[in-house]
Design a protein around this ligand. Sequence first.
Ligand code: DHB
Ligand code: FE
Length: 282
Amino acid sequence: MANLIGAVTTSHIPAIANAMANKLEETPYWKPFFDGYPPVRKWLNENKPDVIVLFYNDHGLEFFIDKKPTFSIGVADQYQNADEGWGIATIPPVTGESELSWHIANSLVHDGFDMTICQEMKVDHGLTVPLSLMWPGNDYGHVKVIPVCINCEQHPMPQPWRCLELGKSIGKAIESFDSDMTVALFGTGGLSHQLDGERAGIINREFDLECMDKLVTDPEDLTKYSNLDLIEIGGAQAVELNMWIAMRGALRGKVTELHRNYHAPISNTGSGVLLLEHEMPS
Ligand code: DHB
Ligand code: FE
């Protein structure tokens, strides 16, 4: 079976890549944010996962509001970023892992998840910014990435409980893959934030910290929330917590917290970093 060695949660806001491109990491605004990452980079460099299963949401690049898969998965050998209208820098393509992707896709559909399976897929900042952040200089081409995309933009969106179930099914699929490859998970986005409307800029620090605690020790507890609860408590885009919940569902063995950082606000968000080590279930 493939060895699922750990998981990382991280913000994915485009301003991070911009700050790195313009060498702003040590400025007073950005330093408390970037100070959260050296232990995660060190862990990745030491443990060298072959594959990252990356839970993210597409903000309108590949799936616009006219066609919105609830859950989708990429099965390609390579993914391109594209211009989202932000004037973003050109970055290298993302390497895929077709065989494990198909194994997970088959297993998910078998378990009752009606996935949209993407043989081609452009990937947006939700997926690329975390890679640029973990491997500075955009040096992420050696890592194979499996995109798992959850609708967090257009109602109706899958509920937290369903996202946890999706993650559990993905964890099972990784465990049943006949290979000695090592796998890590990324859950991107969050935490409390709202980008427009009357409550734009809302941050709920207490809620963010509670979510981080529960994510480690009692992820099932987070399924007491509906998406509307998350929106009320943490802002319209707090639904991005669903990516973290799905990711956590895939960790079915022993989980140990190795590192955390919380900083808010950064751009319009509360930013949480968690590094979790995972021992495969026996
Ligand atoms: C911001 C937050 C997001 O979740 C996103 O996808 C883009 C931008 C922000 O706060 O800047
Ligand atoms: Fe986002």
